[in-house]
Every structure is written in structure tokens, then in C-alpha cells.
Write a protein that binds this ligand. Structure first.
Ligand code: CP3
Length: 340
């Protein structure tokens, strides 16, 4: 098995920089769209053979050094008791969002074996066939809470922040339940065979540093601490992290994922040498020329040399319109750039 990615997670020296791409199993690949044309998104997530197939596509097509399980951060939330629908243009929507203490009290902490057997089965299928490590993932508790409170995606997260400021008891009880669910969910994924896990804090960057430290950080830290004894590398990705990176880096993860809005040299300075960094090419650079893509990738690789180890990735998910051949060029270039 190619274990370059796992070695870099733990800070070991590798001959080249391992690379994988957030949202690599998805719509930018025609091979994914072909399967999606036949089934809706949630059915795809819940059908192990198909979910395993789309998980493997980017490994075969792009030559990345890790696979990420095809699923979604909203799957465990649905099982806590929210009604989830995905709409083609509007994205995910929960029709019964959490607004009151009564809403939160009704939520349950999931039992993975009963509630998400298809996720665990997908992992077992994948571990038989994959020749690269398999990453399991979850939303970080704050990011999960934004979907549960807003009922979908949001621009200002006003409903979430109103609850943080005006009903701290509701917010805390909701976060505790999400945290327990996240721990149960990721523990089950690891036991089923996930060889690393990534916590996506996609919307934590919408918080001020003070609010991040009070309302998001402690819960992410609690999840990470609970998973540590299981012995697999833990990646904590915080989108829009520039203002909160030095706090996020104290959550206890082995790897910190950074978005592109922060220069890699600056990011490395804010992160203790006991962590590996992951990132951070702007996904839009993949719409540029191959020469420019290589230049920007090389700049990141050089700057990340000051960290204990580096896993190359984009600074957020690959966009659906991205030309697949440019992603392939990027992966090949990162591999060839070697130990500069
Ligand atoms: O390749 C992979 O990364 C594995 C699969 C994966 C998906 N979602 C599949 C997906 C992963 C890791 C996610 C994580 C996820 N889901 C996040 C965190 C990462 C991030 O981008 O910040 C978030 C916030 C979600 C919630 C979500 N899922 C939204 C807002 C949407 C609609 C917008 C969009 O990107 O389409 C989804 C749908 C979704 N999740 C798709 C895929 C492939 C598209 C569904 C389709 O095929 O139509």
C-alpha cells in the first residue's frame, strides 16, 4: 500500500509530497456524473457498492495518495432527527431546523451500527480494494450546528449567532449532542477501517476569534481528544482560518488544513512544529494555465518546507466546473516536484 499520506500525517519524511483533493469524489469528474445521472445524491451515499465506486474514481483517474469516503457531513445530522433534502440548485435543506430548546431536546445521539450501516459497509468494501489510505470525515460540531440551525447554507449565519449570543443554554446543549454524535460516528468509521479522519470546520471562519474560541474550538477539541486513543491521524480543516489559525492549531490534531486566503509561509509560522500542514491552493487556480498552476503549487510546496511535513491539497473543495486534466496535471506536478 502507498502509505506516503499516512507518513506525512505523522510527520515522517517522505520522498515526495503526498496529495489529495477535497471533494475529489464528485461532480468535476464525468465518471461521477455518469453514475449520478442514474441515482439521486442521497441514494448514492446510501448504496455501498456505488459509494465505493465513486470513492475509488479519483484514485484511479488522478493518482492521488489518499481516498476520501464518498458520503456527506449531513448524513449523521439527518439521523439525529432532521429531515434532509438535497435540491439541484439550492443545495441541502432541513425542513425542521433547530430553533428552540424543545427542538434540541428531541435530537438523538446516533448509534452508527443501526443508523448508518451503509457508511460502515462502504468502508469495509473499500478497504478490500484500495491501494491508498482511506480518509473518513465528519463536519466539525460548529459547522454541523450551522446547518441544523440555519436549515441549510447561509451567508451571515445570523440565526446561529443569535442563539450563541441570546440562548447560550440551547447552544451548549445542542453542541454537546452534536459532539457526542460526531465522536460515535467517527469512532465507528475508524473501527470499520478508516485510516485517517478529517473534521471539516467549513464555516468556523465566519466567527470572530473570541466567538471561535468559545463556540467552536472547545467542541472540535473534545472530538479530537476522544478519537486520539484510536491511533489514526486526525486532520482538522478550518476554512477561512487566517484570523483563528493559531487557536485552531491547539485543538490537538496531527494535521491542520488551511484555506488559500492565508499565505502558506504565514500559516506555517502560526502552527507549532508538532503539526503537519495540509493545503492550500486556491481552487480557482485550476482554471488557469498549466504553467501558472505549477508555479502556484511550487510556491506552496517551498513555503511548506518549514513545517514538519506537508500534504498538498486545495484550500477548499474542487469546484464542479474544474477541468479534470488540470487536476491531473497538478497531482503529477506535486509528485514530480519531489523533495525540493
Ligand atoms: O470527495 C469528497 O470530498 C467526498 C465526498 C464529500 C461530499 N461532501 C460529497 C458531496 C465530502 C467530504 C463532503 C463534505 C461536505 N458536505 C462539506 C464540508 C466540505 C466543504 O466543502 O466545506 C459540506 C459543507 C457539505 C454540505 C453539502 N453537501 C453542501 C452544502 C452541498 C451542496 C453544495 C454542493 O457542493 O453541491 C452538498 C452536496 C454534495 N456533497 C455533493 C457531493 C459530491 C454534490 C451532490 C451532487 O452530486 O449533486
Amino acid at each position: 500500500m502507498n502509505d506516503t499520506f499516512l507518513k506525512a500525517c505523522m510527520g515522517e519524511k517522505t520522498g515526495y509530497t503526498p496529495v489529495w483533493i477535497m471533494r475529489q469524489a464528485g461532480r468535476f469528474l464525468p465518471e461521477y456524473r455518469k453514475i449520478r445521472a442514474k441515482v439521486d445524491f442521497l441514494t448514492l451515499c446510501k448504496t455501498p457498492e456505488l459509494a465505493a465506486e465513486v470513492t475509488m474514481q479519483p484514485v484511479d483517474i488522478l493518482g492521488v495518495d489518499a481516498a476520501i469516503l464518498f458520503s456527506d457531513i449531513l448524513i449523521p445530522i439527518e439521523k439525529m432527527g432532521l429531515k434532509l433534502k438535497f435540491y439541484e440548485k439550492k443545495g441541502p435543506k432541513f425542513s425542521n431546523p433547530i430553533r428552540t430548546q424543545k427542538d434540541a431536546d428531541k435530537l438523538k445521539i446516533i448509534n452508527p451500527d443501526e443508523d448508518i450501516p451503509y457508511v460502515l459497509e462502504t468502508i469495509r468494501i473499500l478497504r478490500k480494494g484500495l491501494n491508498v489510505p482511506l480518509i473518513g470525515f465528519s463536519g466539525a460540531p460548529f459547522t454541523a450546528a450551522t446547518y441544523m440551525i440555519e436549515g441549510g447554507s447561509s451567508k451571515n449565519f445570523l440565526k446561529t449567532k443569535r442563539i450563541i449570543y441570546n440562548d447560550p443554554q440551547l447552544f451548549t446543549s445542542l453542541m454537546e449532542k452534536i459532539t457526542q454524535t460526531t465522536i460515535a460516528y467517527l469512532t465507528a468509521k475508524i473501527k470499520a477501517g478508516a485510516q485517517a479522519v478529517q473534521l471539516f470546520d467549513s464555516w468556523a471562519g465566519a466567527l470572530s476569534p473570541n466567538d471561535y474560541e468559545a463556540a467552536a474550538f472547545p467542541y472540535a477539541k473534545k472530538v479530537i481528544e476522544a478519537l486520539k486513543p484510536l491511533g489514526v491521524p486526525i486532520i482538522y480543516f478550518v476554512n477561512d482560518c487566517a484570523g483563528i489559525l493559531s487557536i485552531a492549531a491547539r485543538a490537538g490534531s496531527d494535521v491542520i488544513g488551511v484555506d488559500w486566503r492565508v499565505d502558506m509561509a504565514e500559516a506555517v509560522k502560526k502552527v507549532p512544529i508538532t503539526l503537519t500542514v495540509q493545503g492550500n491552493l486556491d481552487p480557482c487556480v485550476l482554471f488557469s494555465t498549466k504553467t501558472h498552476i505549477k508555479e502556484m503549487a511550487l510556491d506552496i510546496i517551498k513555503k511548506a518546507k518549514a513545517a514538519r511535513a506537508h500534504i498538498f491539497n486545495l484550500g477548499h473543495g474542487v469546484l464542479p466546473e474544474t477541468p479534470p486534466e488540470n487536476v491531473k496535471t497538478l497531482v503529477e506536478f506535486v509528485h514530480e516536484a519531489g523533495d525540493i
